[in-house]
Design a protein around this ligand. Structure first.
Ligand code: CP
Length: 339
């Protein structure tokens, strides 16, 4: 595995193998220090709680030296466009910064959210692409415009702790918010559920379809696994028979960057509630966090028997370790796996 930046670059088997490794690491944490002598730079252009802390703890508990950098704040402000005349705020180009970091560190990781003005531009992920292009060491995506692959591994791990996902019903439901959020999490959640052989239903209001290229990848994985893919605007009916309800707010590609509808009736229609959860087949409720209570999901769900969101967040730690081991110490990871 050269990089871990996009789920589409990894087979179903490879993704399942990473989750196998994470489950094993959770059950019996390693006592050795396979990342001893290795330094890792985790670069953030946006806020984070879970991603930053889980990556740092994962790296240090495996013996590595982790550094979190607020890119452009802790460092010089960075330029990433080819041919830019650098007479503005940016003092350094990624063309130098990324190779320099590669001389110090054995892994680079990046969180870079979309700018939110043009989906056509954002989906090219210029900063992450520059990291991949100029790094001479593995790159990990800590959430970009199109995906959050580390979150997806933790999501699948959380599902697998509760059920054999193959043939089970995964509902990804759009949820209200004060602003149009990136599509990274819903994209990756749908893709990993499809990779695990789940029947995927995406419930969203008209105009909130995921990117067609992402849907193509989700459809291909469902076809490979013989599972179904359905897109609907029928809530609460979409909850019927679900084994997993995964809620996320996201913005519209059609009205990119525009505010979300705030009409109370519309919000009530799409918010996750105990009444909706009662229609499921004893589903678990999942959300990547952070979550806005009583806007995305009612207190009764988060505080009720359905919620697994804290376990889901914990599993970011175990899956982060699995990814780091696969990139930096694949022999020790696979040897454990073969037992
Ligand atoms: N789920 C997730 O990525 O959380 P943070 O934004 O807090 O890292």
């Amino acid at each position: 595995m050269k990089h871990f930046t996009h789920l589409k670059e990894h087979s179903n088997e490879e993704l399942m193998g990473l989750v196998d490794e994470a489950l094993e690491l959770k059950a019996s944490p390693r006592q050795d220090r396979p990342l001893s002598g290795k330094s890792l730079a985790f670069c953030f252009m946006n806020p984070s709680l879970r991603t930053q802390v889980s990556m740092e703890v994962a790296a240090s508990s495996l013996g590595g030296h982790a550094m979190t950098l607020a890119l452009g704040t802790d460092t010089w402000k960075m330029e990433f466009e080819d041919g830019a005349v650098m007479d503005g705020q940016a003092a350094e180009h990624l063309k130098e910064a990324v190779p320099v970091l590669s001389r110090y560190c054995q892994v680079l990781a990046l969180r870079s959210f979309p700018a939110g003005e043009s989906w056509a531009k954002d989906k090219l992920e210029p900063v992450l692409s520059a990291f991949r292009k100029y790094a001479t060491v593995p790159v990990i995506n800590l959430e970009s415009a199109t995906g959050h692959p580390c979150q997806a591994l933790a999501d699948l791990m959380t599902i697998r702790e509760r059920m054999n996902p193959r043939g089970k019903n995964f509902l990804l439901t759009w949820a209200p918010h004060i602003k149009g959020l990136p599509m990274a999490v819903p994209n990756s959640a749908a893709e990993i559920a499809a990779a695990a052989g789940m029947n995927v239903t995406i419930a969203r209001p008209e105009g909130f379809d995921l990117d067609p290229e992402i849907m193509k990848g989700v459809r291909a994985r469902c076809e490979e696994n013989g599972s179904s893919l359905r897109v609907t605007d029928q809530v609460p009916k979409a909850y019927d028979g679900a084994h997993v309800v995964y809620a996320k707010s996201w913005g519209s590609i059609k009205d990119y960057g525009k505010p979300l509808p705030s009409d109370p009736a519309f919000r009530a229609e799409w918010m996750v509630t105990p009444d909706k959860m009662k229609r499921t087949d004893e589903a678990v409720f999942m959300h990547c966090l952070p979550v806005r209570r009583n806007l995305v999901v009612q207190d009764g769900v988060l505080d009720g028997p359905w919620s697994v969101v804290v376990d889901q967040a914990e599993n970011r730690l175990h899956t982060a370790k699995a990814v780091l081991l696969k990139l930096l110490s694949p022999k020790t990871a696979s040897r454990r796996h073969a037992r």
